[in-house]
Ligand binder design. Structure first.
Ligand SMILES: [Zn+2]
Ligand SMILES: [Zn+2]
Length: 273
């Protein structure tokens, strides 16, 4: 596996280290760019086609440069924009069998190239090694990823209701981490959501709160950690200040090390060196 052809095989090859940027992060749309050399992966796309193109341009990229799209799960904030983008640019889409089934034929039958993978099955997209791992979330077969260029590892974790020993194993020793800090438990409890939505978001198959992410971070080997990015923040039930203080507390009080991926602005390019 892994012989994904690119649309622009003749374009000049960029060289360099593993780098990443976010188009945006949150319940109104997600998208993560991971690059190494000439390879460019988009993880999830929860934006309209026009908005995706605008956000890519903001990061100095065009959709035609993408090597592949990877999908973590079928929820709209991660998958709604995938069909239009993949069809317009002829991009291969990698997803689990369960995500493929959950999206249904209406969304998948017209995709130009579908690549199915199991959530314990490593694969590669050109120069980037991809390690999917399973997470507890209320979707059919959700997964998250660790990316590697053979030297550095970038771990991604959003949309997980609780931390499992499996998650800890996958994310330990990474050079960069993107961690969900969805909500502050007190703000969620006292906030505007309905009781049922509070229970879903705060439940074991919902989203990670700040304390759970901080506890995870404290359990990991962070000796190589260059970048720690908080992601998928709720706009109603969290604040960047609360996120920074929760994660900063387990980084020796260095809350300024915690970077925030926002819904509108995403996160500018970061490179692992
Ligand atoms: Zn989500
Ligand atoms: Zn989700």
């Amino acid at each position: 596996m892994g012989d994904v052809s690119t649309q622009n095989g003749t374009r000049p090859r960029r060289v360099g280290h593993l780098r990443f940027a976010l188009l945006g992060s949150g319940s109104r749309g997600n998208g993560l760019l991971v690059e190494c050399g000439p390879t460019a992966i988009l993880v999830d796309c929860g934006f309209t086609l026009k908005e995706t193109e605008r956000r890519l341009a903001r990061l100095g990229r065009e959709a035609g440069e993408l090597s592949a799209i990877l999908v973590t799960h079928e929820h709209g904030d991660h998958a709604d924009g995938i069909g239009p983008l993949a069809r317009k640019y002829g991009l291969p889409v990698w997803l689990t069998t369960g995500t493929h089934a959950a999206l249904g034929s209406a969304q998948t039958s017209r995709l130009p190239h579908c690549r199915l993978f199991g959530d314990h099955e490593d694969f590669a997209v050109d120069t980037i090694a991809v390690h999917p791992y399973t997470v507890p979330h209320d979707a059919r077969e959700p997964c998250q990823f660790v990316f590697s260029d053979g030297t550095h590892r970038l771990g991604l974790l959003t949309d997980a209701g609780h931390i499992t020993p499996h998650i800890e194993t996958q994310l330990s020793g990474c050079d960069a981490l993107i961690l969900e800090c969805n909500h502050d438990s007190d703000m969620l409890a006292e906030g505007p959501y309905s009781e049922s939505l509070k229970q879903r978001v705060g439940g074991p198959l919902g989203h990670l709160n700040n304390d759970a992410s901080a506890t995870l971070l404290a359990s990991l080997d962070t000796g190589r950690l260059q970048h720690i990015v908080a992601a998928h923040l709720s706009e109603k039930n969290n604040t960047p200040w609360l996120v920074r203080s929760a994660l900063g507390a387990v980084l020796g009080g260095e809350s300024r090390r915690v970077e925030i991926a926002s819904q509108e602005g995403g996160l500018a390019w970061r490179e692992l060196v």
